[in-house]
Design a protein around this ligand. Structure first.
Ligand code: CP
Ligand code: NVA
Length: 306
């Protein structure tokens, strides 16, 4: 019998708006079930392979803990001590691993790599961050928004800073959840033109961070130098001067505006300590929601598959 084609999550665009909304509602439900210590093991006997070619705290811990809570098991695979780091073709790694595990999560550099892996995999593949996108973080951010403010439809979000992987996934979220995204990036650090163009009027690209933040419901930023760009740090600090999310910038947003950051954060660079450490900061819940929203995703992709 031919194996049915697996469903992958390589991009936020792999879910429809309705699917994304129901996944977020499920994440809220799974969080409440965990708080009540209600046992829920739909992934009993299943294994998630976790390939990390970049560092991680949140992603690794949330997947490992999430799999245990769902009754399954997670396997940490580092290129340092697997054949992946010694040049075994990605196609062969996908063919072999997907005959043993029930799902694979990959954090890597080139987005094309996870697409190749997915094409040769018999099991669902999840994008756990590439240079191009970080869709899992959007599940957590949008769950956090839902819990505090309800639906995203019609809201205005300000993205301040680098047009990076997180920014690209915010562009996708604006398309799927019907909010408007204003992006303020310095010259040369704008998001990918194709990703932006595909979003049509869901997004506006600006230069001025204050203009982007004006009357925004949600203000978001991320580090100025992402993983793999460490040697550009000094040049980027100079280029991003004036793009810090601080009290003056938050004062332009709506009085009840939320601030989010995927973490890890660099206080004094992209965000001031006064903003991220505000007593009502939701960034810690945002981090916790990586666990709940990814459990909802694992259920969607892996539960019920043979
Ligand atoms: N936000 C995020 O993906 O964190 P980690 O790099 O710690 O996984
Ligand atoms: N843009 C950051 C996100 C880290 C979670 C990076 O890619 O390093």
């Amino acid at each position: 019998m031919p194996t049915p084609a697996p469903r992958h999550f390589l991009s936020l665009l792999d879910l429809s708006g309705d699917e994304l909304r129901s996944l977020l509602a499920r994440a809220v439900e799974l969080k409440a079930m965990l708080r009540r210590s209600e046992p829920h093991a739909p992934l009993a006997g299943k294994t998630l392979g976790m390939i990390f070619e970049k560092s991680s705290t949140r992603t690794r811990v949330s997947f490992e803990v999430g799999m245990v809570q769902l009754g399954g098991h997670a396997l940490f695979l580092s290129p340092r001590d697997t054949q992946l780091g010694r040049g075994e073709p990605i196609e062969d790694s996908a063919r072999v691993l997907s005959r043993m595990v029930d799902g694979v999560m990959i954090r890597t550099f080139e987005h094309a790599k996870i697409e190749v892996f997915a094409r040769h995999s018999r099991v669902p593949v999840i994008n756990a961050l590439t240079d191009q996108e970080h869709p899992l973080q959007l599940l957590a951010d949008m769950q956090t928004w839902l819990e505090h403010r309800g639906d995203m439809r019609g809201r205005t979000v300000a993205w301040i800073g680098d047009g990076n992987n997180m920014c690209h996934s915010y562009i996708h979220a604006a398309q799927r959840l019907d909010f408007h995204l204003r992006i303020a990036s310095p010259e040369g650090y704008e998001p990918d033109a194709g990703i932006l163009a595909a979003a049509g009027d869901a997004c506006t690209l600006l230069r001025d961070p204050m203009a982007a933040a004006t009357d925004a419901d949600l203000v978001v930023t991320d580090v100025w130098a992402s993983m793999g760009q460490e040697e550009e740090q000094a040049r980027r600090v100079a280029a991003f001067a004036g793009y810090q999310v601080n009290d003056a910038l938050m004062a332009r947003a709506r009085p009840d505006a939320l601030f989010m950051h995927c973490l890890p954060a660099h206080r004094g660079e992209e965000v001031s300590a006064s903003v991220i450490d505000r007593p009502d900061s939701v960034v810690w819940e945002e981090a916790e929601n990586r666990l709940h929203s990814q459990k909802a995703l694992l259920e969607l992709l892996m539960a019920g598959r043979g």
